[in-house]
Ligand binder design. Structure first.
Ligand SMILES: C[S@@+](CC[C@H](N)C(=O)[O-])C[C@H]1O[C@@H](n2cnc3c(N)ncnc32)[C@H](O)[C@@H]1O
Length: 291
């Protein structure tokens, strides 16, 4: 169990079981996201997935000053592969705010089922919403929107609409906090794992799963096969410039409070490269306040 209290050894098999039945079929490609949502938590257990915990300090800093201590706080998690962001938010706010209203939104039911499972386990009520963030609206505004690796789900032409949506969902003075990998060398086309990266990920999954031992509760060869399917399906719209994102926030009516570009801590980096693996890439970290 990691320090944020994430019972991954229990939720990883749950996600793997739920994903084939619950995951969404993309109407454009006809593909299900089950290979991703079903495997993600095993990848995290094996240290091969980059997730919000790698930038916990940024989220903590953003959440610390959002409303006065002990006041109620409303948080939206915008896109959630699993309950990692919820765990982080609740841990960060729990010390200072008795009343945290968290809503987790995703276009797929599997991450939401995992969030409900987690919330029930720790006896914290949450709301979940299954749908496209661009079509979401809320009667009450939020104090914070938290996102991780979410911009890459949107083509550059869609990003102004995403920023406008976060702006609409926040109260004046509310904040958006986000982390995204930046790839200055990328072209305009979508990126994924190269074939060498797929093989390296499969090998790393097999080796780490064997080293983990029986407590993992999954066959290393089967996980390695699933990792191959997962990696070959990944497609992202690369974020080519940090400045593009600064401009989008400012044009949407945000004031930038924190803007930095850096790799994750060296001891979390793996020898494996690939879009979703903790490696040596730079990550853009933004805290922006709604005017
Ligand atoms: C790359 S993951 C990032 C998840 C999470 N922040 C993390 O890293 O732990 C993106 C998630 O966003 C969801 N998603 C993709 N497009 C979306 C959209 N338009 N609206 C809402 N959710 C979306 C996917 O189903 C997936 O669970």
């Amino acid at each position: 169990m990691n320090p944020l209290f994430e019972p991954l050894l229990e939720s990883a098999p749950l996600a793997r079981r739920l994903a084939p039945g619950l995951c969404r079929i993309d109407p454009a490609s006809g593909e299900s996201c089950a290979p991703s949502h079903g495997l993600w938590q095993y990848l995290r257990l094996l240290g091969l997935a980059l997730s919000p915990e790698h930038h916990a300090e940024l989220f903590q800093r953003a959440l610390d000053g959002v409303v006065p201590a002990s006041a109620p706080v409303r948080v939206l998690v915008s896109g959630a592969a699993d309950y990692a962001m919820l765990a982080l938010v609740l841990a960060a706010l729990g010390r200072r705010h008795a009343q945290v209203s968290a809503t987790v939104l995703d276009i797929c039911e599997t991450p939401l089922a995992l969030n409900r499972w987690y919330a029930e386990r720790i006896a914290r009520p949450i709301e979940t919403h299954c749908g496209d963030i661009l079509g979401y609206s809320s009667r009450e505004p939020f104090d914070v929107v938290c996102t991780h690796a979410f911009f890459a789900m949107f083509a550059p032409a869609q990003r102004p609409a995403l920023l406008a949506k976060w702006h609409e969902l926040l109260r004046p003075g509310g904040i958006a906090v986000t982390v995204n990998r930046v790839r200055p060398q990328a072209g305009a086309a979508q990126v994924g794992f190269g074939e060498d990266e797929v093989r390296a990920l499969c090998d790393a999954v097999r080796a780490r799963a064997r080293a983990f031992g029986p407590a993992l509760g999954a066959d290393p060869d089967a996980l390695a096969r699933d990792a191959g399917t997962y990696a070959r399906r990944q497609r992202f719209h690369p974020l080519r410039s940090a400045e593009e994102i600064r401009g989008l926030f400012e044009q949407a009516g945000f004031l930038i409070e924190h803007f930095s570009l850096a790799p994750i801590a060296q001891d979390a980096q793996t020898g494996v490269s690939g879009p979703t693996v903790p490696g040596t890439s730079d990550y853009l970290r933004v805290i922006a306040r709604r005017r």
